[in-house]
Design a protein around this ligand. Structure first.
Ligand code: SAM
Length: 274
């Protein structure tokens, strides 16, 4: 295993004071980082896309696990530290300076399957997740997503019907993927500590339900959860064919969106067609 300088030393030597504007809260505990890198399973020889490597704590755990890492970082102050790390793992690390929200990830990974791992900046995390989960094409190019979120967002992703956290994000994350909270992370694990607790969510793609359009499902959940306290007969009134589909499927139109299971949303979307 390559002997690397402690992360604190890397940060001090390269002057990487955490920037609030870039959502920088660094993880420096190498055992914790190794546990996060182990969540997707054996990464030896696997391609990994890492968003926001910062000083490279998670990156070094991924490299030690034998992954082939492409890392997108927006803060150019971090690039010399990452270049130094790349030299210790020849041929294993490619760093791209840029905004992960604006880049085509599948193209960057040259059409090959890849795992995504990231200690995300909180402000861009949800937007990236929605991007990875959206679209009609399935299975996606990624084999798994292992992502740090603010704990409440993690809970919204894995929420079950009937809970206040259940909504559009849960349906999007669960209708053709399996999502779970793989690890809870205390705020004190970060430097500097953020105000909120965190959790790592792990998602793997599942089968695409037949005859269902992602756009139709999205339209349904938008309408249903847009007025989540209203009964379905009210909230779905503006979606053509929805009230007939509820009746045909035997879904009581006096129920509210938060009681409708992911499978029921999928059945409704299928009934509506494209
Ligand atoms: N992965 C490191 C760790 O675990 O210590 C850093 C985590 S820090 C929460 C988030 C990192 O994402 C920062 O290095 C920040 O510069 C970077 N970042 C923020 N927005 C970004 C974006 N849109 N695209 C790429 N990187 C971004």
């Amino acid at each position: 295993m390559a002997e690397l300088p402690p992360l604190r030393e890397v940060i001090a030597r390269h002057g990487l004071s955490a920037s609030k504007a870039l959502g920088q809260n660094f993880l420096l505990d190498e055992q914790l980082l190794a546990r996060i890198a182990a969540i997707p399973g054996d990464l030896a020889g696997a391609r990994v896309l890492e968003i926001g490597p910062g000083p490279g704590g998670l990156t070094r755990a991924l490299l030690r696990a034998g992954a082939q890492v492409t890392a997108i970082e927006m803060d150019r102050r971090c690039l010399p530290a990452l270049a130094e790390l790349g030299e210790r793992f020849p041929g294993q690390l490619t760093v791209i300076e840029g905004d992960a929200l604006k880049l085509d990830h599948a193209a960057l990974m040259q059409g090959q399957p890849f795992h995504v791992l990231s200690n995300l900046p909180y402000n861009v995390g949800t937007a990236l997740l929605v991007g990875w989960l959206s679209g009609e094409a399935w299975p996606p190019p990624w084999r798994s997503l292992t992502l740090m979120f603010q704990r409440e967002v993690a809970e919204r992703i894995v929420a079950a019907p009937g809970s206040p956290a259940y909504g559009r994000l849960a349906v999007l994350a669960q209708w053709r993927s399996a999502a779970r909270i793989a690890m809870k992370v205390h705020r004190s694990a970060f430097t500097p500590p953020p105000k909120v607790m965190s959790a790592v969510v792990h998602l793997v793609p599942g089968a695409m339900p037949e005859g269902v359009s992602a756009a139709t499902l999205e339209r349904l959940t938008e309408a249903a959860f847009g007025q989540r306290r209203k009964m379905l007969r009210q909230s779905l009134k503006g979606v053509p064919g929805a009230l007939e589909a509820l009746a045909a499927l035997g879904i009581d139109k006096t129920r509210r969106a938060e009681t409708v299971s992911v499978a029921e949303f999928v059945a409704l979307a299928r009934a509506l067609g494209r």
